[in-house]
Design a protein around this ligand. Structure first.
Ligand code: AMP
Length: 398
Protein backbone atom coordinates (compact mmCIF):
# COMPACT_ATOMS: atom_id res chain seq x y z
CA UNK A 1 0.00 0.00 0.00
CA UNK A 2 1.35 3.43 -0.99
CA UNK A 3 0.43 6.64 0.83
CA UNK A 4 1.35 10.20 -0.16
CA UNK A 5 1.69 12.72 2.68
CA UNK A 6 1.35 16.44 1.94
CA UNK A 7 2.24 19.39 4.17
CA UNK A 8 1.12 22.61 2.47
CA UNK A 9 2.23 26.10 3.46
CA UNK A 10 1.00 29.29 1.82
CA UNK A 11 3.75 29.18 -0.84
CA UNK A 12 5.27 25.76 -0.24
CA UNK A 13 4.41 22.07 -0.39
CA UNK A 14 6.36 19.26 1.24
CA UNK A 15 5.62 15.67 0.22
CA UNK A 16 6.66 12.13 1.09
CA UNK A 17 5.57 8.92 -0.59
CA UNK A 18 5.53 5.89 1.73
CA UNK A 19 5.42 2.17 1.06
CA UNK A 20 3.38 1.16 4.09
CA UNK A 21 4.31 -2.54 4.19
CA UNK A 22 7.84 -1.51 5.17
CA UNK A 23 7.10 2.13 6.14
CA UNK A 24 9.93 3.11 3.77
CA UNK A 25 10.04 6.54 2.11
CA UNK A 26 10.03 5.89 -1.65
CA UNK A 27 10.45 9.55 -2.66
CA UNK A 28 10.09 12.98 -1.11
CA UNK A 29 10.43 16.61 -2.00
CA UNK A 30 9.71 20.25 -1.51
CA UNK A 31 8.02 22.76 -3.80
CA UNK A 32 8.92 26.34 -2.94
CA UNK A 33 7.81 29.83 -3.99
CA UNK A 34 4.42 28.70 -5.32
CA UNK A 35 2.74 31.70 -6.95
CA UNK A 36 5.99 33.70 -6.84
CA UNK A 37 8.91 34.33 -9.16
CA UNK A 38 11.66 31.69 -8.98
CA UNK A 39 9.46 28.71 -8.05
CA UNK A 40 11.22 25.36 -7.88
CA UNK A 41 10.79 21.71 -6.92
CA UNK A 42 13.48 19.65 -5.22
CA UNK A 43 12.61 15.96 -5.58
CA UNK A 44 14.63 13.23 -3.90
CA UNK A 45 14.70 9.49 -4.48
CA UNK A 46 17.35 7.07 -3.18
CA UNK A 47 19.34 10.06 -1.84
CA UNK A 48 19.57 11.51 -5.38
CA UNK A 49 17.96 14.92 -5.88
CA UNK A 50 16.49 16.52 -8.99
CA UNK A 51 15.71 20.23 -9.10
CA UNK A 52 13.08 21.59 -11.49
CA UNK A 53 12.62 25.33 -11.92
CA UNK A 54 9.47 26.54 -13.63
CA UNK A 55 6.48 28.79 -13.14
CA UNK A 56 4.13 27.30 -10.53
CA UNK A 57 1.06 29.50 -10.34
CA UNK A 58 -0.80 27.68 -7.58
CA UNK A 59 -1.02 24.53 -5.45
CA UNK A 60 -2.96 22.64 -8.15
CA UNK A 61 -0.07 23.14 -10.57
CA UNK A 62 2.38 22.16 -7.79
CA UNK A 63 0.51 18.90 -7.18
CA UNK A 64 0.45 18.17 -10.93
CA UNK A 65 4.25 18.51 -11.02
CA UNK A 66 4.68 16.34 -7.91
CA UNK A 67 2.51 13.59 -9.44
CA UNK A 68 4.49 13.83 -12.73
CA UNK A 69 7.73 13.41 -10.80
CA UNK A 70 6.32 10.47 -8.84
CA UNK A 71 5.34 8.81 -12.15
CA UNK A 72 8.64 9.61 -13.88
CA UNK A 73 10.51 6.53 -15.11
CA UNK A 74 13.86 7.64 -13.75
CA UNK A 75 13.18 9.64 -10.60
CA UNK A 76 9.64 8.43 -9.82
CA UNK A 77 8.33 5.69 -7.58
CA UNK A 78 4.88 4.95 -9.03
CA UNK A 79 3.88 3.15 -12.22
CA UNK A 80 0.33 4.44 -12.04
CA UNK A 81 -1.60 6.82 -9.81
CA UNK A 82 -3.97 3.92 -9.09
CA UNK A 83 -1.25 2.64 -6.76
CA UNK A 84 -1.97 5.52 -4.37
CA UNK A 85 -4.28 4.21 -1.64
CA UNK A 86 -4.69 7.56 0.12
CA UNK A 87 -3.27 11.04 0.55
CA UNK A 88 -2.68 12.30 4.10
CA UNK A 89 -2.80 16.07 4.65
CA UNK A 90 -1.25 17.81 7.61
CA UNK A 91 -3.83 20.28 8.95
CA UNK A 92 -2.66 22.66 11.63
CA UNK A 93 -5.94 23.49 13.36
CA UNK A 94 -8.91 21.22 13.90
CA UNK A 95 -10.34 23.30 16.75
CA UNK A 96 -12.41 21.27 19.20
CA UNK A 97 -13.96 19.19 16.46
CA UNK A 98 -11.30 16.57 15.91
CA UNK A 99 -9.53 14.32 18.35
CA UNK A 100 -8.18 12.06 15.60
CA UNK A 101 -7.49 12.00 11.86
CA UNK A 102 -10.53 11.73 9.57
CA UNK A 103 -11.43 11.07 5.95
CA UNK A 104 -11.93 14.39 4.15
CA UNK A 105 -15.57 15.08 3.22
CA UNK A 106 -17.40 18.32 2.38
CA UNK A 107 -18.40 18.58 6.04
CA UNK A 108 -14.76 18.17 7.15
CA UNK A 109 -13.68 20.89 4.70
CA UNK A 110 -16.31 23.22 6.22
CA UNK A 111 -15.04 22.46 9.73
CA UNK A 112 -11.43 23.19 8.68
CA UNK A 113 -12.66 26.45 7.16
CA UNK A 114 -14.40 27.32 10.42
CA UNK A 115 -10.99 27.05 12.17
CA UNK A 116 -9.35 29.58 9.82
CA UNK A 117 -9.72 32.42 12.37
CA UNK A 118 -7.71 30.28 14.83
CA UNK A 119 -4.89 29.58 12.33
CA UNK A 120 -5.15 32.28 9.67
CA UNK A 121 -1.76 31.54 8.10
CA UNK A 122 -1.90 27.76 8.13
CA UNK A 123 -5.43 26.42 7.62
CA UNK A 124 -6.05 28.27 4.30
CA UNK A 125 -2.79 26.84 2.93
CA UNK A 126 -3.67 23.34 4.19
CA UNK A 127 -7.08 23.66 2.47
CA UNK A 128 -5.37 24.63 -0.78
CA UNK A 129 -3.60 21.28 -0.67
CA UNK A 130 -6.86 19.38 -0.18
CA UNK A 131 -8.61 21.28 -3.00
CA UNK A 132 -5.65 20.87 -5.34
CA UNK A 133 -5.58 17.11 -4.66
CA UNK A 134 -9.32 16.62 -5.14
CA UNK A 135 -9.17 18.65 -8.39
CA UNK A 136 -6.28 16.60 -9.70
CA UNK A 137 -7.22 13.11 -8.47
CA UNK A 138 -10.95 13.15 -7.73
CA UNK A 139 -11.14 9.45 -6.84
CA UNK A 140 -8.44 9.28 -4.19
CA UNK A 141 -9.15 9.06 -0.43
CA UNK A 142 -7.93 12.21 1.31
CA UNK A 143 -7.24 12.09 5.05
CA UNK A 144 -6.92 15.12 7.32
CA UNK A 145 -4.45 14.75 10.21
CA UNK A 146 -4.60 17.60 12.73
CA UNK A 147 -1.75 19.05 14.78
CA UNK A 148 -4.28 19.84 17.51
CA UNK A 149 -6.03 16.44 17.63
CA UNK A 150 -3.74 14.64 20.11
CA UNK A 151 -4.26 17.42 22.67
CA UNK A 152 -8.05 17.20 22.66
CA UNK A 153 -7.81 14.89 25.68
CA UNK A 154 -6.56 17.78 27.88
CA UNK A 155 -8.97 18.45 30.74
CA UNK A 156 -10.63 21.90 31.05
CA UNK A 157 -8.28 22.84 33.92
CA UNK A 158 -5.43 22.65 31.38
CA UNK A 159 -7.12 24.35 28.45
CA UNK A 160 -9.36 27.07 29.92
CA UNK A 161 -7.65 30.46 30.30
CA UNK A 162 -8.28 32.59 33.38
CA UNK A 163 -10.37 35.15 31.51
CA UNK A 164 -14.20 35.47 31.48
CA UNK A 165 -15.64 32.09 30.46
CA UNK A 166 -17.82 33.70 27.77
CA UNK A 167 -14.72 34.16 25.56
CA UNK A 168 -14.34 30.40 25.50
CA UNK A 169 -18.04 29.86 24.82
CA UNK A 170 -18.41 32.57 22.19
CA UNK A 171 -14.99 32.84 20.57
CA UNK A 172 -13.40 29.44 21.30
CA UNK A 173 -10.54 31.15 23.13
CA UNK A 174 -8.71 28.26 24.87
CA UNK A 175 -5.46 26.33 24.80
CA UNK A 176 -5.28 23.92 21.84
CA UNK A 177 -1.52 23.33 21.52
CA UNK A 178 0.17 21.85 18.47
CA UNK A 179 2.85 19.36 17.27
CA UNK A 180 0.32 16.65 18.19
CA UNK A 181 1.62 14.18 15.59
CA UNK A 182 5.10 14.47 17.03
CA UNK A 183 4.08 14.09 20.68
CA UNK A 184 1.86 11.11 19.79
CA UNK A 185 4.62 9.47 17.72
CA UNK A 186 7.48 9.84 20.20
CA UNK A 187 5.43 8.97 23.29
CA UNK A 188 4.17 5.77 21.63
CA UNK A 189 7.68 4.89 20.45
CA UNK A 190 9.14 5.59 23.92
CA UNK A 191 6.63 3.14 25.42
CA UNK A 192 7.69 0.51 22.84
CA UNK A 193 11.36 1.05 23.68
CA UNK A 194 10.61 0.76 27.41
CA UNK A 195 8.62 -2.40 26.67
CA UNK A 196 5.57 -1.22 28.60
CA UNK A 197 2.05 -0.33 27.48
CA UNK A 198 1.62 3.44 26.91
CA UNK A 199 -1.48 3.24 29.10
CA UNK A 200 0.74 2.50 32.12
CA UNK A 201 3.25 5.34 31.62
CA UNK A 202 3.63 9.02 32.49
CA UNK A 203 5.81 10.58 29.79
CA UNK A 204 6.97 14.16 29.27
CA UNK A 205 7.68 14.76 25.59
CA UNK A 206 9.94 17.72 24.70
CA UNK A 207 9.61 18.70 21.04
CA UNK A 208 12.41 21.26 20.77
CA UNK A 209 13.01 22.70 17.33
CA UNK A 210 12.59 26.04 15.66
CA UNK A 211 9.10 25.81 17.18
CA UNK A 212 8.90 24.00 20.51
CA UNK A 213 6.34 22.44 22.81
CA UNK A 214 6.33 20.18 25.84
CA UNK A 215 3.49 17.76 26.55
CA UNK A 216 2.46 15.76 29.59
CA UNK A 217 1.33 12.37 28.26
CA UNK A 218 -0.46 10.36 30.95
CA UNK A 219 -1.49 6.84 29.97
CA UNK A 220 -0.98 7.65 26.27
CA UNK A 221 -3.10 10.80 26.42
CA UNK A 222 -2.10 14.46 26.34
CA UNK A 223 -3.15 16.06 29.64
CA UNK A 224 -1.28 19.38 29.30
CA UNK A 225 0.82 21.04 26.64
CA UNK A 226 2.80 24.24 26.42
CA UNK A 227 1.57 25.84 23.19
CA UNK A 228 -1.75 27.60 23.44
CA UNK A 229 -4.50 29.08 21.34
CA UNK A 230 -1.62 30.29 19.20
CA UNK A 231 1.99 29.31 18.73
CA UNK A 232 3.94 31.75 20.93
CA UNK A 233 3.59 30.44 24.51
CA UNK A 234 5.63 27.96 26.52
CA UNK A 235 9.28 27.47 25.62
CA UNK A 236 11.55 30.20 24.25
CA UNK A 237 11.71 29.35 20.52
CA UNK A 238 13.80 30.35 17.49
CA UNK A 239 11.84 33.52 16.80
CA UNK A 240 8.83 33.18 19.15
CA UNK A 241 8.75 34.61 22.64
CA UNK A 242 7.54 31.72 24.85
CA UNK A 243 5.60 32.51 28.02
CA UNK A 244 5.19 36.22 28.68
CA UNK A 245 2.90 38.34 30.78
CA UNK A 246 -0.20 39.70 28.97
CA UNK A 247 0.83 43.16 30.20
CA UNK A 248 3.88 42.98 27.95
CA UNK A 249 1.65 42.59 24.89
CA UNK A 250 -0.61 45.45 25.99
CA UNK A 251 2.37 47.68 26.69
CA UNK A 252 3.94 46.95 23.29
CA UNK A 253 0.66 47.63 21.46
CA UNK A 254 0.12 50.89 23.35
CA UNK A 255 3.67 52.15 23.04
CA UNK A 256 5.04 50.75 19.80
CA UNK A 257 2.26 50.28 17.29
CA UNK A 258 -0.66 48.23 16.17
CA UNK A 259 -1.51 44.59 16.85
CA UNK A 260 -0.06 43.44 13.50
CA UNK A 261 3.33 44.96 14.31
CA UNK A 262 3.37 43.44 17.81
CA UNK A 263 2.31 40.07 16.39
CA UNK A 264 5.30 40.29 14.04
CA UNK A 265 7.59 41.07 16.99
CA UNK A 266 6.29 38.18 19.12
CA UNK A 267 6.22 35.59 16.31
CA UNK A 268 9.23 36.55 14.18
CA UNK A 269 11.61 38.77 16.13
CA UNK A 270 11.59 37.27 19.62
CA UNK A 271 12.94 34.05 21.15
CA UNK A 272 16.60 33.13 20.49
CA UNK A 273 17.05 35.80 17.82
CA UNK A 274 15.34 38.50 19.87
CA UNK A 275 17.30 37.90 23.07
CA UNK A 276 20.70 37.00 21.57
CA UNK A 277 20.63 39.32 18.57
CA UNK A 278 22.74 36.59 16.91
CA UNK A 279 20.48 34.03 15.24
CA UNK A 280 17.28 32.01 15.57
CA UNK A 281 19.37 28.87 15.08
CA UNK A 282 20.59 27.37 18.34
CA UNK A 283 23.86 26.22 16.75
CA UNK A 284 24.84 29.83 16.01
CA UNK A 285 23.70 30.95 19.45
CA UNK A 286 25.73 28.21 21.19
CA UNK A 287 28.78 29.08 19.08
CA UNK A 288 28.50 32.77 20.00
CA UNK A 289 27.97 31.87 23.68
CA UNK A 290 31.17 29.78 23.62
CA UNK A 291 33.05 32.83 22.32
CA UNK A 292 31.81 34.86 25.29
CA UNK A 293 28.72 36.57 23.86
CA UNK A 294 26.71 37.24 27.05
CA UNK A 295 23.34 37.70 25.36
CA UNK A 296 23.77 34.47 23.41
CA UNK A 297 24.51 32.69 26.70
CA UNK A 298 21.44 34.33 28.25
CA UNK A 299 19.19 33.19 25.38
CA UNK A 300 20.49 29.63 25.60
CA UNK A 301 20.08 29.61 29.43
CA UNK A 302 16.53 30.94 29.08
CA UNK A 303 15.65 28.18 26.60
CA UNK A 304 16.97 25.43 28.89
CA UNK A 305 15.35 26.92 31.99
CA UNK A 306 11.96 27.19 30.31
CA UNK A 307 12.17 23.50 29.31
CA UNK A 308 13.23 22.47 32.84
CA UNK A 309 10.34 24.43 34.42
CA UNK A 310 7.81 22.74 32.16
CA UNK A 311 9.20 19.27 32.86
CA UNK A 312 8.98 19.78 36.63
CA UNK A 313 5.50 21.28 36.46
CA UNK A 314 4.18 18.50 34.21
CA UNK A 315 5.63 15.88 36.55
CA UNK A 316 3.65 17.62 39.29
CA UNK A 317 0.49 17.62 37.14
CA UNK A 318 0.80 13.86 36.52
CA UNK A 319 2.01 12.95 40.01
CA UNK A 320 5.39 11.78 38.67
CA UNK A 321 7.12 10.85 35.44
CA UNK A 322 8.45 7.57 34.08
CA UNK A 323 10.28 9.12 31.13
CA UNK A 324 11.40 12.40 29.59
CA UNK A 325 11.69 12.25 25.81
CA UNK A 326 13.70 14.71 23.72
CA UNK A 327 12.85 15.15 20.04
CA UNK A 328 13.01 17.54 17.00
CA UNK A 329 16.06 19.49 15.79
CA UNK A 330 17.34 20.67 19.17
CA UNK A 331 16.05 17.76 21.27
CA UNK A 332 17.56 15.14 18.95
CA UNK A 333 20.87 16.90 18.34
CA UNK A 334 21.93 19.15 21.20
CA UNK A 335 23.65 17.20 23.99
CA UNK A 336 24.36 20.49 25.77
CA UNK A 337 20.66 21.42 25.93
CA UNK A 338 19.74 17.93 27.18
CA UNK A 339 22.46 18.14 29.84
CA UNK A 340 21.48 21.66 30.96
CA UNK A 341 17.77 20.80 31.06
CA UNK A 342 18.19 17.64 33.13
CA UNK A 343 20.77 19.17 35.51
CA UNK A 344 18.86 20.16 38.64
CA UNK A 345 16.07 17.62 38.10
CA UNK A 346 17.88 15.02 40.24
CA UNK A 347 15.40 15.84 43.05
CA UNK A 348 12.65 14.16 41.01
CA UNK A 349 14.71 11.09 40.15
CA UNK A 350 16.39 12.19 36.90
CA UNK A 351 19.99 11.01 36.49
CA UNK A 352 21.58 11.64 33.10
CA UNK A 353 24.41 9.38 31.90
CA UNK A 354 26.84 12.03 30.58
CA UNK A 355 28.68 9.44 28.48
CA UNK A 356 25.54 8.21 26.73
CA UNK A 357 24.35 11.77 26.13
CA UNK A 358 27.61 13.24 24.82
CA UNK A 359 27.72 13.52 21.05
CA UNK A 360 24.43 11.65 20.51
CA UNK A 361 22.69 13.08 17.43
CA UNK A 362 19.48 12.07 15.72
CA UNK A 363 19.48 8.53 17.10
CA UNK A 364 17.08 6.66 19.33
CA UNK A 365 18.66 6.04 22.74
CA UNK A 366 18.08 5.89 26.49
CA UNK A 367 20.56 8.42 27.91
CA UNK A 368 19.80 8.18 31.62
CA UNK A 369 21.91 6.21 34.10
CA UNK A 370 20.77 2.62 34.64
CA UNK A 371 19.58 3.52 38.16
CA UNK A 372 17.72 6.69 37.08
CA UNK A 373 14.13 6.52 38.34
CA UNK A 374 13.00 8.64 35.40
CA UNK A 375 14.29 7.38 32.04
CA UNK A 376 15.69 10.09 29.77
CA UNK A 377 15.39 9.28 26.08
CA UNK A 378 16.07 10.65 22.61
CA UNK A 379 13.46 9.59 20.05
CA UNK A 380 13.66 11.14 16.57
CA UNK A 381 10.24 12.36 15.53
CA UNK A 382 8.46 11.36 12.32
CA UNK A 383 5.28 13.36 11.88
CA UNK A 384 4.91 12.34 8.23
CA UNK A 385 4.97 8.64 9.09
CA UNK A 386 2.35 9.23 11.79
CA UNK A 387 0.11 10.91 9.17
CA UNK A 388 0.78 8.07 6.72
CA UNK A 389 -0.17 5.46 9.36
CA UNK A 390 -3.43 7.28 10.06
CA UNK A 391 -4.18 7.58 6.33
CA UNK A 392 -3.52 3.85 5.89
CA UNK A 393 -5.81 2.96 8.78
CA UNK A 394 -8.60 5.14 7.38
CA UNK A 395 -8.08 3.90 3.79
CA UNK A 396 -8.46 0.35 5.16
CA UNK A 397 -11.72 1.43 6.76
CA UNK A 398 -10.40 0.85 10.30
P1 AMP B 1 13.47 21.69 13.61
O1 AMP B 1 12.54 22.86 13.63
O2 AMP B 1 12.96 20.51 14.36
O3 AMP B 1 13.97 21.36 12.24
O4 AMP B 1 14.77 22.16 14.44
C1 AMP B 1 15.56 23.19 13.96
C2 AMP B 1 16.52 23.64 15.01
O5 AMP B 1 17.30 22.54 15.51
C3 AMP B 1 17.55 24.57 14.43
O6 AMP B 1 17.10 25.88 14.47
C4 AMP B 1 18.75 24.37 15.32
O7 AMP B 1 18.73 25.38 16.31
C5 AMP B 1 18.54 23.05 16.00
N1 AMP B 1 19.63 22.11 15.74
C6 AMP B 1 19.80 21.28 14.70
N2 AMP B 1 20.96 20.59 14.82
C7 AMP B 1 21.54 21.01 15.97
C8 AMP B 1 22.75 20.69 16.66
N3 AMP B 1 23.62 19.79 16.17
N4 AMP B 1 23.00 21.33 17.82
C9 AMP B 1 22.16 22.25 18.30
N5 AMP B 1 21.00 22.59 17.70
C10 AMP B 1 20.70 21.99 16.56
Amino acid sequence: MKILVLNCGSSSLKYQLFEMDTEAVLAKGLVERIGLAGACVKHTKDNKSTVREEEIADHTKAIKIVLELLLDREVGALKSLDELSAVGHRIVHGGENYSKSVKVTDAVIKEIESCVPLAPLHNPANLMGIHAMTNTLPGVTNVAAFDTAFHQTMPPKAYIYGIPYEYYENDKVRRYSFHGMSHAFVSARAAEILGKPASSLKIITCHLGNGSSITAVDGGKSVDSSLGMGTTPGILMGTRCGDIDASVVLHLVTKHGDAAKVSDILHKKSGLIGVSGVSSDLRDVEEAAKKGNERAKLASDMLCTSVKKHIASYAAVMGGADAIVFTAGIGENSDSVRAAVTKGLEFMGVKLDEGKNAGLRGKEAVISADDSKVKVMVVPTNEELMIARDAKRIAEGK
